[in-house]
Write a protein that binds this ligand. Sequence first.
Ligand code: MN
Length: 750
Amino acid sequence: MDNNTPQKETIIDEVIDKAFQELLDDYLKTKHRKRVEIITKAFNFANQAHKGIKRRSGEPYIMHPIAVAKIVCCEIGLGSTSICAALLHDVVEDTDYTVEDIENLFGPKIAQIVDGLTKISGGIFGDRASEQAENFKKLLLTMSSDIRVILIKIADRLHNMRTLGSMLPNKQYKIAGETLYIYAPLANRLGLYKIKTELENLSFRYEHPEEYEEIEAKLVATADERERVFQEFTSPIRVQLDKMGLKYRILARVKSIYSIWNKMQTKHVPFEEIYDLLAVRIIFDPKDQEEELNDCFDIYVSISKIYKPHPDRLRDWVSHPKANGYQALHVTLMANNGQWIEVQIRSERMNDVAEQGFAAHWKYKEGAGGEDEGELEKWLKTIKEILEDPQPDAMDFLDTIKLNLFASEIFVFTPKGELKTLPQNATALDFAFSLHTDIGSHCIGAKVNHKLVPLSHKLQSGDQVEILTSKSQRVQPQWEIFATTAKARAKIATILRKERKTNQRDGEELLTDFLKKEEIKLEPSVIDKLCKMHNFKNEEELLVAIGNKTIVLDENEKSELKEKQSGNWKKLLSFSFGNNKDKKTEVNAETPVEKEKINTKQILKLTEDNLQKKYIMAECCHPIPGDDVLGYIDENDRVIIHKRQCPIAAKLKSSYGNRIVATEWDTHKALSFLVYIYIKGIDSVGLLNEVTQVISRQMNVNIRKLNIETEDGIFEGKIQLWVHDVEDVKSICTNLRRIENIKTVNRVES
Ligand code: MN
């Protein structure tokens, strides 16, 4: 129970404001555009959305997004778009706000990133996270249309790891494992070495607390000795670098606890036998940016005069950067005590790239005004290319992680957020069968990301797929065409075969009964006649058709068989509507119009009489009584009625404002006008019948034309109707929407 006093609340607000102010200060120190306003807006929105919610640690929830935004800004080096997305990253998942809300307030880019972040969290991190880890890793890589989603996700995870102490131990263990398995390799792959190392160390600390402490204690115990070695080793180097007149700093790099442990495990050696605990890093500021490569080699040459270099251990990533952008010269030198020490030589720029990945790149671009979209876009593209096509020489940093890109697979979610793997090109129908044969065989349609699609719809990584089923649905023969997985195809074939057998048996029975009743003898000639009559190749096809009621044996068959008539019979279904309606009056644009000067200041009354005789309904937008319309007086003083939202009317309004006249309807359902209604839904037996019934039940409304197309179980069509006014259209649409399986009903312009 929360019983915050007003004072307490003020203190909380102060803490939050201070944290946000720090974020802004850090942001303003970067070279990014100073887009303080939108960042402040994102903060205020998130703060208000998470208000009153606390993290397990007792901290206000908003402190987490602020911290994530800070990592995104300071440790990954991204700009305002990413900072805003980081501030908003938990809003859609944890509050009632939607991605649409975010889009309305912050635009499509930020909304898209937040959407990506929401999609890849939630369900996946449920109880089956570790089972799903491999899939999840692939998913992250394949669906990363915007790599910032992954970068912010990494920042989110880093902050969660930093604050993992307040979680329950069993959760700690799980999250730590996931981090080591998913996030550290990803960070590594994106060139975020510093974050990768921190993630590894934090995970290791929670997974193996005792080993962690042991190694840590040993590092502390040997720190002085290392410091002594470092000073002794670097002092002649400093003398040399000073002589060269370089601006530089030298750092001692101690192997991370996790790497030490890893080496102890893989090489089966005790701590005491790890000799590369200490590395030395020389970071310099080139006098001339163009000389930085040469400077690296000059430094190498001068220090290898002091210490003997290991002949096999020169790594030149200066002239051949790693695929993720890493640049440095690594040499291994023998210290005076006989110990090999690795020295990494890099410029400040190279160092930034190494720590922050490619995000640091554009920072050094001439005249780059911060997170300039173009430059960022380029960088994001490079990262994507790396992810999609790891170069052979990039493999060394992939080391143990063999992440190939599973171009042959896609990853989709169930409505509950469970992740499913399917082969590329899999359809909604494949997905249905992958869930369960029962779901597959009764599915009538699917919703992909909440939109209705046919069963043949090809799925894409990251899609959320919901299957719609109906008990009365049965496997359709054309399903064999749009199922792509072996599993679905085999199931469909089996079901169809079974059904065929049943139908054939039923058909045989029906035929026997029919012939018995009509007192016709069953002989081969009878079968032949029936086959010929219905265009079937053989008896089996005929029996199946009778069995599944495609053919109903009736008078036609009787007379054919009895009277020995020849010729083909065809079942014809035709729809024809009111071709000679007498009451309808089509308003024709070519009707001669009485000339009359119209005063544009008055309101034009639109009556049945003048609509028929004087005014013209525009062909572009087909207005009808009740629509919001305006009149346009053309050069010949004719009045043309347009819908107000008609684009042509808008153009006329802007160019010929003085020829526009306001209008008012005064009609009394005496004239009919043509309207178009678009319908879409799931195809089912009797649907067309229902549609026509709804329309014919409506008084004084007539169908002029009905066009329906069915594809893969989804039907789509247009109805042309004669109506009197908007009222008629509204009630027709309402009634059509009531029909089950009709999902969309709209009036359209044409
Ligand atoms: Mn979060």
